[in-house]
Write a protein that binds this ligand. Structure first.
Ligand SMILES: NC(=O)c1ccc[n+]([C@@H]2O[C@H](COP(=O)([O-])OP(=O)(O)OC[C@H]3O[C@@H](n4cnc5c(N)ncnc54)[C@H](O)[C@@H]3O)[C@@H](O)[C@H]2O)c1
Ligand SMILES: [Zn+2]
Ligand SMILES: [Zn+2]
Length: 360
């Protein structure tokens, strides 16, 4: 048993606090990881606000990198000393998706079996099965993906969630390819990663849309060729104007709201693709004329985790970073201590940062 400090959300909407967390030694198929860095993602805030489920208390944090400290039996090729990015989709290899050779859709991903607890024994629900705003965390060995440590923990950790989700929304789910026009609605960490992914894939035109002028400025640094401030301009009209009157080939929604989804739906060209990577809350609904859904053709897709396969995608994007073709470090707006997560939520909410990263 390891006694560590971790960031816990005890009740809906209440500020998070740093608590003593008890982490068991790894059992079969599990790995104990010494966390070195963990990014603050909007999904952590969704958890705190009860937007994901009611299984409080949560141990927050899930965009993390660190070093494997110990493993249980049957941990495969994960060994102590490995520098790893934690992933929240450890594929099972056995479900109907895995058997068909499409493991990025795995319907039975796994996490550590043993529970981490508060000092009084109360079981914690780790965010996305990770719980990495803590000095150490317990995960399934399959959640550890070894990468080149030269990337550094703060930048590497971000690939564990938001940056991978955005990159993958463009290159995996959206299938962005050379010459495409792409629009991205919502330019936080996820949206900017989608912009970076579109650039890597060779998109000819990349239109960034946000209601915050600062975000649009940053989006240019990741590859946006045009920007639209949708607090003052109708984004659908603006995107059509920028694409010869037709709309973009791929529109990526990275906010998670019905109104921005509708904008994405109408801002794409006929037979184009909409990718929803923003996460809606349970009470949200969407109304669209069914004739438009039919008549405009194309594909309406959602993207979990950028349809990534960590074993394939994490080392690849780390290599692209090390070659200078993808600047993962540019997503790190600030590094903070464990007890500053609540403040970081505020800064994220006010749009002051792309990613605050807890460094341990
Ligand atoms: N699908 C996945 O696997 C996955 C993974 C990680 C995060 N997410 C989700 O992606 C979304 C974005 O995450 P993030 O970390 O980038 O959040 P963020 O808060 O950093 O960014 C959201 C951006 O949207 C902008 N925005 C808000 N309302 C808008 C509107 N009406 N029109 C245009 N822009 C608007 C904000 O100004 C901000 O720049 C969240 O919903 C998050 O939960 C999904
Ligand atoms: Zn599976
Ligand atoms: Zn996340």
């Amino acid at each position: 048993m390891h006694e560590v400090r971790g960031v816990v959300a005890r009740a809906k909407g209440e500020p998070v606090s740093v608590e003593t967390v008890l982490v068991p030694d790894p059992g079969p198929g599990e790995a104990l990881v010494r966390v070195q860095a963990c990014g603050v993602c909007h999904t952590d805030l969704h958890y705190r606000e009860g937007g994901i489920n009611d299984e409080f208390p949560f141990l927050l944090g899930h965009e993390a990198a660190g070093v494997v400290e110990a493993v249980g039996e049957g941990a495969g090729d994960v060994v102590p000393g490995d520098f790893v990015i934690l992933n929240w989709r450890a594929v099972c290899g056995r479900c109907r998706a895995c058997r068909r050779g499409r493991p990025w859709y795995c319907f039975s991903t796994h996490n550590a079996v043993q529970k981490m607890t508060l000092a009084d024994g109360t079981g914690l629900s780790p965010a996305l099965g990770i719980g990495a705003f803590a000095e150490k965390t317990l995960v399934a060995a399959g959640q550890c993906t070894k990468v080149d440590p030269a990337v550094g923990p703060a930048a590497a950790g971000l690939l564990g969630c938001g940056v991978m989700a955005g990159l993958g929304a463009a290159v995996n789910t959206g299938g962005v390819t050379r010459g495409d026009s792409v629009a991205v609605i919502g330019c936080g960490g996820v949206g900017d990663a989608a912009i970076a992914g579109a650039r890597l894939a060779g998109a000819a035109k990349i239109i960034a849309v946000d209601v915050d002028a600062r975000k649009l400025e940053w989006a240019k640094g990741f590859g946006a060729t045009h920007t639209v401030d949708s607090s003052v301009t109708d984004p659908v009209e603006a995107i059509r104007e920028l694409t010869g009157g037709f709309g973009a080939d791929v529109v990526i929604e990275a906010v998670g709201r019905p109104e921005t989804y509708k904008q994405a739906f109408y801002a794409r060209d006929l037979a184009g693709t909409v990718v929803l990577v923003g996460v809606p809350t349970p009470e949200m609904t969407l109304e669209l004329p069914l004739l438009d859904v039919f008549g405009r053709g194309g594909a309406l897709k959602s993207s979990w985790y950028g349809d990534c396969l960590p074993s394939r995608d994490f080392p690849m994007f780390v290599d692209l970073h090390l070659q200078g073709r993808l600047d993962l470090g540019a997503f790190v707006s600030e590094t903070i201590a464990l007890d500053e997560v609540e403040t970081a939520f505020g800064r994220m909410h006010h749009g002051e940062v792309l990613r605050s990263v807890v460094v341990l």
